[in-house]
Design a protein around this ligand. Structure first.
Ligand SMILES: Nc1ncnc2c1ncn2[C@@H]1O[C@H](COP(=O)(O)OP(=O)(O)OP(=O)(O)O)[C@@H](O)[C@H]1O
Ligand SMILES: [Mg+2]
Length: 282
């Protein structure tokens, strides 16, 4: 089956790497481009992305303003229940939601939790593109690759790189297709040149080895977190939606997001193959 929807899975087993933050900014950017966006929040307990979009609806209704919105296919009336049911049942709920999403959207945004979970693995294997935000820190790098403590040379891929590798193998078994993987540097500090350079070099070396592209990503900016309770991002700020004085920081953030979207190279239009998820496996 061919379709227009591209499935973007935001993943990193490291908690707090910026998966939900980047997912909501990418989703809002695409919405403002006139794309139809659906989202599935697999962080079944925190539900950060779902909370963001529900606050967005509340804000729009309260202010009687039109804000582009993403659709959420039905997953479960109490999503956290899926953590307790047999795996096959959880997979079926996810597959149904994904199927509904790909029928109606140009982009399907899947946010995954920190840690490892069967649905998270399934969402990785179903993706056209995996986007992995990563803080500018060797603690975050440790889940991607192990470095030699003396030389800091990359010794071997580690746990999350293996998860992606297994997802790629699973996908080949399902339908013979490949999955693109992008690692995106997040929360870059304005002044931390030495550490950043060290991490940059290791990420680049590992990317060549295990097959991901590295993007400069996002600086650490208050504006990327302060609008969350309203269900808005800096891309939404306008006299109609939320009138605030436009600052240099806002303009820089918008430019940074535009650059990120350009380098992600997401173009709707061409049909892509729908993933062919089998009943068994991840
Ligand atoms: N570029 C950024 N600038 C400023 N704050 C950021 C940025 N990226 C993320 N944050 C903040 O860092 C924290 C973690 O981000 P987020 O919740 O998006 O990570 P996560 O990977 O989804 O975490 P979890 O694994 O718990 O789901 C949040 O407080 C968020 O507001
Ligand atoms: Mg999250």
């Amino acid at each position: 089956m061919f379709m227009r929807a591209r499935i973007l899975t935001f993943g990193n087993e490291k908690g707090g790497a910026g998966k939900s933050t980047v997912a909501m900014h990418v989703a809002v950017h695409l919405l403002h481009q006139g794309m139809r966006v659906a989202f599935i929040d697999l962080d079944l307990r925190q539900r950060t992305l779902a909370r963001f979009f529900s606050s967005r609806l509340t804000w729009a209704r309260a202010r009687a303003v039109a804000i582009p919105h993403a659709a959420e296919p039905f997953l479960h009336d109490k999503p956290a229940t899926l953590l307790e049911v047999p795996q096959m049942q959880a997979k079926m709920a996810f597959d149904r939601a994904l199927d509904e999403a790909v029928q109606t959207a140009d982009f399907v945004i899947i946010d995954t939790p920190g840690g490892d979970h069967v649905l998270s693995r399934r969402a990785h294997a179903a993706a056209h593109l995996i986007i992995t935000p990563m803080n500018d820190s060797f603690i975050d790098f440790d889940l991607l690759g192990e470095v030699d403590p003396v030389t800091l040379d990359v010794k071997r891929p580690s746990i999350y790189a293996e998860t992606v590798w297994n997802s790629r193998k699973q996908r080949v078994r399902w339908d013979g297709r490949s999955i693109e993987w992008i690692v995106l540097r997040n929360r870059l500090a304005a002044h931390e040149a030495r550490n950043r350079k060290r991490v940059d070099e290791r990420v680049a070396a590992l990317g060549k080895r295990v097959g991901f592209r590295v993007l400069a990503g996002l600086r650490d900016r208050v504006i990327y977190r302060e609008l969350f309770p309203f269900g808005l991002t800096v891309q939404d700020l306008s006299p109609e939606i939320r009138p605030v004085a436009v600052s240099i920081a806002h303009i820089s953030a918008r430019q940074e997001l535009r650059a990120l979207m350009l380098s992600l190279g997401l173009e709707a239009g061409d049909d892509v193959a729908a993933p062919c998820l089998a009943d068994t496996g991840s």
